[in-house]
Design a protein around this ligand. Structure first.
Ligand SMILES: Cc1cc2nc3c(=O)[nH]c(=O)nc-3n(C[C@H](O)[C@H](O)[C@H](O)COP(=O)(O)O)c2cc1C
Length: 732
């Protein structure tokens, strides 16, 4: 919740000041060139910072007896005023070491004058100055709120400088540049605000001249200027200006205007006649001017210019992010109460909403009553038959703002009828807790009495249209409503059809409810792996059926359960050896054999064993692999036994635990998992991976048991291991 308060403040401040910020930034970029070009002038002498007044004033007075004033600008150029030998007025930059004229001061160009006036006051005098001051202050607040958002995004101050995952270009650049230019922008804003307060006399910077007691002025002893103590100790770089005495009269004195004080110096004795220190605010004003204008240092001026360019980039990327977020808002044609399909979305930056909206639009097009909203708007859905939750993950596996209340609300408002739910998680593997919130939501839903799982949870890494399409296919198959990857999500996705040849199809006597195995030969070597999916189109129309693939000895193996009237299984069952088949291979990367894992535990029931048979075959490195497989009767297991025994003999499979649900001692695969709780907990602690393939009912039972094991033995929920890719599922 807090994140949204800072975000809305950040946005509101940016909206209220963006026009003036653009103007101030553009003019600021131009004005940064003035100190850069000024600093390029050759009027600052070598070792300027070391020069003392005792060295320079006598030289200048000798060279220019008519000198009345000396001033030092912020670039360290020494300018004198007075009259030359011929009595002509003289204004020049000089070398303070020898009095040599270096050049003539040129007034600020008309262009820079114009830009300066625009930057300072918008040509509106005091009113303009007020608005510019206010803009500086707003920039300060924007920077503060932006910094807080950045800290929240990075999950703590200590991670402020840790890597930023690149997942969305506008946001990525907004954040990366924000972090880079944070300090210069804060300084621009602070100094600008301060200078405005000074300008409106809200800060007192009044300088008082020193009060000289003329009665006390001494005319002896006569000292040389080079021996004046104050001149020996004062550096030229500390001076703003020096007024020379008009005459040799002892009552005429030197007036030294330094950066911090004004001092009157007896021209005969060199004594300090009086001193008036400036208030501290004067030093702050000078510092603010240096920081705000870059007048004293070309490199800083360039930094300021770059920071000003960045402000323009922030304005652009900030509004791009906002527009994207707002584009996800949608008006519903049907109410939550009357809709059969309810889509709840957890999205921070709008991209998840785009995908969810594509589903919603397709449902509406198919004539269905569909309702889409934020997850926080969870409520009663009396007519709903399907609930689709599409959510991103943020922070440490946290919900996006629009889903922050979901967990609490779901417990509070149980639905009155059964609803088929499906969870689709969006996330990025660049973060340690991949799609954690989606896993949490899936688990939470699975625990609700009214909720029936329509599909296994699916995840989408970096907005992958392919991964989205896997969910769409699985869900379409269950719901009977076709959902595809809409062009707004991805325009280039087109599944390529491959030609495969049937090698064998057995047993030939398969009856409905029983399973059979189809072996398919690839005409050319396809980059297919066990765990990938194969889509077939049995009626040559949009109707698609998906099967898990096991690859054994270069052949694709499908284990299929024959359904009475099932178009996919009936089609596959009638294939004869040698017959050709057109199919689409769908890469299902998240369910490939985890090569990096130290140990793998596979859990299946029924035909879910198919991908595992291939993975065991793939295990040439003899990684410890354990298979827990459930069947109805011994007969179904017999078909795989020889192969599995052989794999054990070759050390490709370490342990094998079959469970039979329709034999005299009824046992489910979940019973075996419960029995081996300690072993499973230790396997997870060692970094091992659990893979589950089979029916959704089996998945629910197994996940409930795994949740209990994980909570009691590791102190972490199952979603933690799911989000760390230690629990992989592919169920239907
Ligand atoms: C600050 C930040 C934190 C994120 N944290 C996670 C995370 O912990 N786990 C994850 O899987 N994805 C994480 N992501 C990636 C987002 O979930 C992913 O990009 C998602 O597609 C964004 O969806 P949205 O545009 O609808 O908000 C994070 C992204 C950002 C910007």
């Amino acid at each position: 919740m807090t994140i949204s308060i800072w975000r809305y403040s950040h946005l509101a401040l940016a909206i209220s000041s963006f026009f003036l910020l653009i103007l101030a930034s553009v003019t600021g970029i131009i004005l940064a060139f003035e100190p850069v070009s000024a600093n390029l002038q050759p009027y600052r002498v070598k070792h300027f910072d070391e020069l003392r007044l005792a060295e320079t004033l006598p030289v200048l007075r000798t060279a220019y007896p008519g000198i009345t004033e000396l001033s030092v600008n912020s670039q360290g150029f020494v300018q004198i005023k007075g009259s030359d030998d011929e009595g002509q007025e003289l204004t020049a930059y000089v070398d303070p070491r020898n009095g040599r004229v270096l050049g003539k001061p040129v007034p600020q160009s008309a262009f820079f004058q114009w830009v300066t006036a625009l930057h300072r006051s918008l040509f509106l005098h005091e009113t303009g100055r007020f608005f510019i001051g206010l803009t500086s202050f707003l920039l300060l607040l924007i920077t503060i709120s932006g910094t807080i958002l950045l800290i929240q995004r990075q999950r703590g101050v200590r991670r402020f400088f840790s890597r930023i995952a690149k997942d969305d270009s506008a946001q990525y650049y907004h954040v990366v540049l924000g972090r880079l230019s944070l300090i210069p922008i804060i300084l621009i804003a602070l100094s600008g605000t301060y200078l405005s307060l000074v300008r409106f006399e809200l800060i007192d910077v009044s300088k008082h001249s020193p009060e000289v007691d003329f009665d006390a002025i001494k005319s002896a002893p006569l000292r040389k200027t080079s021996e004046f103590e104050i001149f020996k100790t004062t550096k030229l770089s500390a001076v703003e200006s020096i007024a020379f005495p008009f005459s040799t009269d002892v009552e005429d004195y030197y007036t030294l205007k330094l950066k911090t004080a004004e001092i009157a110096v007896n021209q005969v004795t060199g004594e300090v006649l009086a001193r008036a220190d400036y208030p501290k605010a004067v030093s702050f004003t000078n510092l603010s001017l240096d920081l705000h204008t870059g007048r004293a240092n070309s490199i800083w001026a360039i930094v300021l210019a770059v920071a000003s360019v960045n402000i323009l980039v922030f304005i652009y990327t900030g509004f791009a992010i906002t527009l994207k977020r707002r584009s996800s808002r949608t008006k519903n044609k049907f109410t939550a109460e009357e809709s059969k399909f309810v889509i709840l979305v957890g999205s921070e930056n709008g991209s998840t909403f785009r995908f969810a909206k594509a589903i919603h639009n397709q449902l509406l097009k198919a004539g269905e009553k569909s309702f889409i909203s934020e997850m926080n708007n969870y409520g009663a859905f009396p007519k709903a038959a399907h609930l689709i939750v599409v959510t991103a993950t943020y922070g440490l596996g946290d919900p996006p703002t629009s889903a922050a209340k979901f967990k609490a609300m779901i417990e509070e408002y149980p639905q009155q009828q059964s609803i088929h739910y499906s969870v689709l998680g969006f996330g990025s593997k660049a973060y340690p807790e991949f799609c954690k919130f989606a896993y949490d939501v899936n688990y939470l839903l699975s625990a609700q009495a009214w909720a029936l799982s329509a599909t296994d949870i699916h995840t989408v890494n970096d907005k992958s249209p392919q991964e989205f399409s896997l969910w769409a296919e699985a869900w379409s198959q269950q719901s009977g409503v076709q959902v595809t990857v809409a062009p707004e999500c991805y325009s280039g996705y087109a599944g390529k059809m491959e030609k495969l040849q049937t090698r064998s199809n057995y047993p030939e006597t398969t009856l409905p409810g029983e399973s059979f195995t189809v072996s398919l030969k690839m005409r050319k070597r396809l980059p297919v792996k066990s765990g990938d999916l194969m889509a077939i189109y049995p009626l040559n129309d949009h109707r698609e059926r998906l099967y898990s693939i096991g690859v054994i000895d270069g052949e694709i193996r499908l284990n299929v359960k024959l359904h009475e009237g099932g178009i996919g299984s009936s089609f596959l069952r009638q294939l004869k050896a040698g017959q050709m088949l057109k199919a689409r291979i769908i890469v299902n990367k998240h369910f490939h054999f985890p090569k990096g894992a130290p140990e793998v535990l596979m859990i299946s029931n029924g035909t879910g064993i198919a991908p595992f048979l291939g993975m065991i075959n793939e295990n040439s490195k003899h990684k410890p692999c354990h298979l827990y497989c459930g069947f109805r009767e011994h007969a179904s297991y017999e078909r795989y036994r020889a192969y599995l025994d052989d794999s054990k003999a070759q050390s490709k499979l370490l342990s094998l635990y079959p469970a039979f649900s329709r034999e005299t001692t009824k046992q489910y695969v979940s019973d075996l998992i419960e029995r081996d709780a300690d072993f499973i907990a230790n396997l997870l602690k060692r970094g091992g991976v659990i893979m589950i393939c089979g029916s959704l009912a089996m998945l629910k039972d197994v996940m409930d048991i795994l949740e209990g094991i994980c909570q009691s033995q590791t102190g972490k929920g199952i979603s933690f291991y799911q989000s760390h890719n230690q629990v992989l599922t592919d169920c239907y």
